[in-house]
Design a protein around this ligand. Structure first.
Ligand SMILES: NC(=O)c1ccc[n+]([C@@H]2O[C@H](COP(=O)([O-])OP(=O)(O)OC[C@H]3O[C@@H](n4cnc5c(N)ncnc54)[C@H](O)[C@@H]3O)[C@@H](O)[C@H]2O)c1
Length: 238
């Protein structure tokens, strides 16, 4: 039980990876407040609302009696070339993928500092480190999350706050499956095909990512600050 007694906030807690993070942190002994815009979570709210983001860490800390771990996991994928992007695509991508984690980190750090430290784990993407094709808004937003992580990892280490990011390649979640469905592919067949492209023989399951988040949250990662951990089964961005 590596996280016995720790208090954690997880965003995107109803999603594929978010559910796995909540389960893994709880299995390690943490008490968790999950938030999402839908689903069976502790706090329902929309990350496009500034006030919601700004007040979320204090609300979670009040419920939990403190805050030691923050997993900024929620995100959306915006597909298509920049010439196809609408103003709404741009605004939503920046609001949910970039502005929300910035606001939530900004509000969390003083709470963690007052409590003697903590761990923030942002979910970036392999594509935020090595740009993939035809998703410029998504890639740019995840590059921002990666950069934010490196900056905060340096700036707040002296307060005992470790900020790191997990950078998955493809993970079998609703985000991936709906993308196949939108493009007219059978998700089951498409995922079997995608499995063949990964040196380890399969794309990630949400638990493969959640285990790395739990590691980064734990004292096993006590000397890690500002790291971008690629979790990719050996598959480089093509
Ligand atoms: N699935 C992949 O292949 C993959 C790869 C790399 C990175 N990621 C990242 O992992 C994270 C989790 O993705 P996932 O695959 O579990 O996706 P998902 O769609 O299953 O889950 C995302 C969750 O975020 C929530 N969310 C989205 N917009 C919100 C808003 N405005 N307010 C509140 N909640 C909101 C959704 O309701 C959903 O439950 C994301 O940041 C994603 O970019 C996923």
């Amino acid at each position: 039980m590596k996280l016995e007694g720790r208090k954690a906030l997880v965003t995107g807690a109803s999603g594929g990876i978010g559910q796995a993070i909540v389960a893994r942190l709880r299995a390690e002994g943490a008490t968790v407040v999950g938030t999402d815009r839908e689903g069976a979570v502790d706090i329902i709210g929309d990350l496009t609302e500034r006030d919601f983001c700004d007040t979320l860490p204090a609300r979670a800390a009040e419920i939990l009696g403190g805050l030691d771990i923050l997993a900024n996991n929620a995100g959306i994928i915006t597909r298509g070339k920049i010439t196809e992007a609408t103003d709404t695509d741009l605004a939503r991508t920046l609001a949910i993928n970039v502005e929300a984690p910035v606001r939530i980190c900004r509000a969390t750090i003083p709470i963690m500092a007052a409590g003697g430290g903590g761990a923030i784990i942002n979910t970036a993407s392999c594509w935020g480190v090595h740009p993939g094709p035809d998703h410029p808004l998504y890639v740019m937003s995840k590059a921002a999350v990666a950069s934010l992580t490196q900056c905060l990892g340096r700036d707040h280490a002296h307060q005992g706050i470790r900020v790191n990011a997990v950078c998955p390649n493809e993970v079998d979640t609703p985000m991936l499956r709906t993308g196949f469905a939108i493009r007219g592919f059978d998700p089951e067949t498409a995922i079997t095909d995608l499995d063949q492209t990964v040196p380890l023989g399969r794309i990630a399951k949400p638990e493969d990512i959640a285990d790395v988040v739990a590691f980064l949250a734990s004292d096993d990662a006590r000397y890690m600050c500002g790291a971008l951990l690629e979790v990719n089964g050996g598959k480089p961005v093509g």
